[in-house]
Write a protein that binds this ligand. Structure first.
Ligand code: GLN
Length: 187
């Protein structure tokens, strides 16, 4: 299965490594033509304003919106969640606007406040060990969005149709269940 990973900035290599271990075929996406033929899409963690600006500069915004609207299974992690979202509680930045949530960036504090937690996730039998690095939380969710996991009252994993998004980094812990969940979404 060919899985496109938006490779403009951030930890796209870690996603590729995990997907290879899972037997999938990762493809780095930097130009719109590279979306042709992929069967799933990942938007990695990193810095969401940079990812947005580069996606705009490389003419990727509309092609990404189209392919996601067509139903391709999509996973966004951390900055990927922010880029997929409708907006943030802070200053405006470039979003795909395909996931009906508003996020609060860096909601748990600064880099030194990064933390790990075991999460109960809807649909998973065992807790999921999650790493949060300058992570956002989901502040508002639209009617079609299902919250799959929270830290306290704060949603940190959501699903809307073909999109799964996390404020943490499953690609950094050898955790394959989130990627598997995404890959088995209805297209
Ligand atoms: N703090 C970053 C942002 O707001 C996200 C951090 C991450 O992806 N680990 O874009």
């Amino acid at each position: 299965m060919q899985v496109g990973i938006l490779a403009l900035q951030g930890d796209f290599r870690e996603h590729a490594q995990l997907l290879s271990q899972m037997g999938a075929d990762p493809v780095f996406v930097r130009r719109a033509e590279e979306l042709d033929g992929i069967e799933a899409l990942i938007i990695p963690g990193g810095e969401s304003t940079t990812i947005g600006k580069l996606a705009d500069r490389y003419g990727l915004l509309q092609p990404l919106r189209d392919i996601i609207a067509d139903g391709i299974p999509t996973l966004g992690t951390c900055a990927g969640l922010i880029f997929l979202a409708a907006g943030t509680t802070g200053p405006s930045q470039i979003h795909l606007g395909v996931l009906d949530v508003v996020v609060e960036r860096n909601a748990f504090g600064r880099q030194v406040d990064s933390f790990e937690a075991d999460l109960a996730v809807t649909g998973l039998d065992q807790p999921l060990h999650a790493v949060f690095i300058r992570a956002p939380i989901v502040d508002k969710v639209g009617g079609d969005v299902e919250v799959l996991a929270s830290v306290g009252d704060n949603p940190v994993m959501v699903r809307q149709g073909n999109i799964v998004a996390t404020s943490f980094h499953p690609e950094l812990t050898g955790e394959t269940r989130v990627h598997r969940l995404m890959l088995t979404q209805e297209g």
